[in-house]
Design a protein. Structure first.
Length: 120
């Protein structure tokens, strides 16, 4: 299994390197279109190789997707936490009841035997 993972990572590296080599040309990224940038005075721009833009877009998309999914699953995580609290409470109650039965306190007799004793 380890070799399959290494093989996949190597193939991915070859693909990413070939994409980077094929897209080395510089592109200019602007904050706003020139029509809006001149009246507002925001003419920020930067030149980067195209592969950097492509890889940054992929990473940004993944991060946005992870955050979106994390927010979407909040209700499921909250429900699981609530259920876990209920389970822990019930475990404590069962432990307490078993302890009472072992000490000979109330509830130590079997309910069926207690009913049979009352009937006779």
């Amino acid at each position: 299994m380890r070799y399959i993972r290494y093989g996949f990572l190597a193939a991915l590296a070859v693909v990413l390197i070939s994409v980077a080599m094929a897209n080395r040309g510089a592109v200019e990224l602007r904050l706003l279109p020139e029509v809006l940038a001149q009246p507002l005075g925001l003419s920020w721009s930067i030149e980067l190789p195209l592969f950097v833009v492509i890889f940054a877009a992929i990473v940004a998309g993944l991060l946005i997707g992870f955050v979106w999914e994390w927010l979407r699953e909040h209700k499921h995580r909250a429900e699981a936490a609530r259920k876990k609290g209920e389970v822990n409470q019930l475990k404590r109650e069962v432990t307490r009841l078993k302890g009472d039965a072992a000490k000979g306190g109330e509830g130590s007799e079997d309910e069926v035997l207690a009913l049979l004793d009352k009937a006779s």
